[in-house]
Design a protein around this ligand. Structure first.
Ligand code: SF4
Length: 276
């Protein structure tokens, strides 16, 4: 395939992802159907309490996203409260609540420490009000940096969370053209297979996102993640039913490995937002 054809296909794939992203943003989609998790009470909890959202971000690693976002609510149920000062002061209780069967997370030794650390940070640095982290007029990149200061939130989770805040929670952030896609396994795989990039590096993927959607590259984030999660599986991509099927180069020999890719008995991916 010639480079001009490849370039046209990549442009078409970028446009299709942008259209999908704008559609999701208009619907206020958190994930599919506007919900973070299938449990309505848990979904309402994470949507209505900013501190629960931040702690939910901590859970989004190495387990299915729906299970992760249910974590804060289930933790509150087990503890009988979701008080930041009490979370901060009682790390043993948090550990026991996370680890009690069925465990709330597969990383039962790591996640409780992140939760306690986050509670201390929100309480101490943000006056107990997590929404102050993304108060109106804050720049998108500043929110990313503030979130990255939390133990357990690396660049990928910080980008994902800030894009959710912007597009789902309506956070009034500035400099949204500085946003981007999270560099996680789904995003990387889709960008590689559509021909949006030839090399799997954060720099190339961010640059390609900026070309595809110059005004607000982060619009592509959820759309790309959903395509990767639902269609562009590592071993058995569902190109025939994929939203990008008509425009994608289908370079299915390309893949991306990383933390957070789980393979079930069928060999299909069940990965979530993997690395921090
Ligand atoms: S599932 Fe197929 S059509 Fe969809 S992004 Fe992956 S390779 Fe392209």
């Amino acid at each position: 395939m010639g480079s001009a054809t490849t370039s046209r296909s990549a442009t078409a794939a970028g446009s299709a992802l942008r259209a999908y992203g704008e559609e999701l943003a208009a619907a206020g989609a958190a994930q599919r159907g506007g919900a973070f998790t299938d449990d309505r009470a848990a979904d309402a909890f994470v949507k209505s309490r900013p501190e629960a959202f931040v702690i939910g971000v901590l859970f989004t690693q190495g387990i299915p996203a729906e299970r992760a976002w249910a974590g804060p609510y289930l933790l509150a149920q087990r503890l009988g409260h979701f008080d930041l000062a009490r979370l901060a002061a009682h790390p043993d209780a948090v550990s026991a609540a996370v680890a009690a069967p069925p465990a709330l997370h597969r990383f039962v030794h790591t996640v409780p420490g992140w939760i306690v650390s986050a509670a201390r940070r929100i309480d101490g640095e943000w006056g107990g009000d997590a929404a102050s982290i993304w108060s109106a007029g804050t720049s998108l990149s500043q929110v990313v940096e503030r979130l990255r200061a939390f133990d357990g939130i690396g660049p990928k989770k910080a980008v994902m969370a800030s894009e959710i805040l912007l597009r789902h929670f309506g956070a009034e952030l500035t400099d949204v053209e500085c946003g981007s896609v999270a560099y996680d396994v789904h995003v990387r795989r889709v960008f590689l297979r559509t021909g949006l990039v030839d090399r799997d590096t954060p720099e190339e993927i961010r640059a390609a996102a900026a070309v595809a959607c110059p005004g607000s590259p982060g619009v592509l984030d959820l759309a790309t993640w959903l395509v990767g999660r639902e269609s562009c599986h590592p071993r058995e991509p569902r190109c025939e039913t994929c939203r990008l099927g008509g425009v994608c180069l289908r370079l299915t020999e390309r893949s991306a490995d990383g933390v957070g890719v789980r393979r079930g008995r069928s060999g299909r991916s069940g990965s979530d937002r993997g690395e921090p």
